[in-house]
Design a protein. Sequence first.
Length: 354
Amino acid sequence: MKLEPSNFHKNFQLNGCSFSSSDEILEYSKTISEEIYTFLEAWFSDDKTLLVKTSGSTGKPKPILLQKELMVNSAKATGDFFNLQENTTAFMCLPIAYIAGKMMLIRALSLGWQLDVVEANSNPLEGLNKSYDFSAMVPLQLENSLSKINLIKKLIVGGGVVSNSLQEKLQDISTQVFATYGMTETITHIAVKKLNHFSKNKTGAIGESYYQVLPNVTIYKDQRNCLVIEAKKISEEIVFTNDVVDLISDIHFEWLGRFDNVINSGGIKLHPEKIEEKLSKIIKKRFFVAGISDEKLGEKLILIVEGEKCQINSKEVGLDKFELPKEIYFINRFIETSTGKVQRKKTLEKIFTK
């Protein structure tokens, strides 16, 4: 069945082309990539839902069904929060295979953006001279694009933690950069955190150090101190996460780390992500900390570094005595997901099952 033009905003453009029907969009998308064509074909179908897959960063990738209406609601929430209305110029450099890439297209279709699409790679702004109002990247893309990032006015960063060293490099650029919090089940981000343009004489202020939820999102904690998300406009069900948080207010929270990663060492609960944040000041290679079984402590804190052996003085970064790694291991290459996220458990298995 042919769908009418009302399924997309009349101002929508893709790579500079305007369209009068969904059929025209589909025909043009074939010239960009088979993956984008397949996605748009599913988007313009009569089905009320869309099958997507999770990233697999915290487990095996799994397919889930999302309501198209809720995906449009998510797009509108992003547009309202960042004041990105019709005729916004946007740059898409994320793969369409996962929700972040899909939502860039849906925002453009729903809100009437002028979207330019390039093939996803680690240095997406290379050779680019045009400026844009909005884009989304992963930390590696941002790191590699710093020399030209001023071409983007507003940038959201997801798919991994932005290191302290990278955040320091963002302070003097004109681009407004935000970290995002979300997952496939919440149709990308439900909260954002400002990463740059901080006041010189102010630290730790709400809105700067903490995530702020988007409109129509309610948050609270469960018995494990993990974040619970209630957002009827983007999720039919309440989402119980495995992310340990500290609630700062009704709309602000601090992310402490994954519940799955919490290390109980001698009765002291350690959050690897917070320890890693401190260690990132002195370790420039990829690394992570983890707990392994120990007779005395129950779990022993260790540090795993990717690359050749080097000297690391953990005491330099203000770790307390419980946060100091008891042992350091070096491994040539971390095991990753298809999207480049480190698979901690599989990497540990590689080290300890030799």
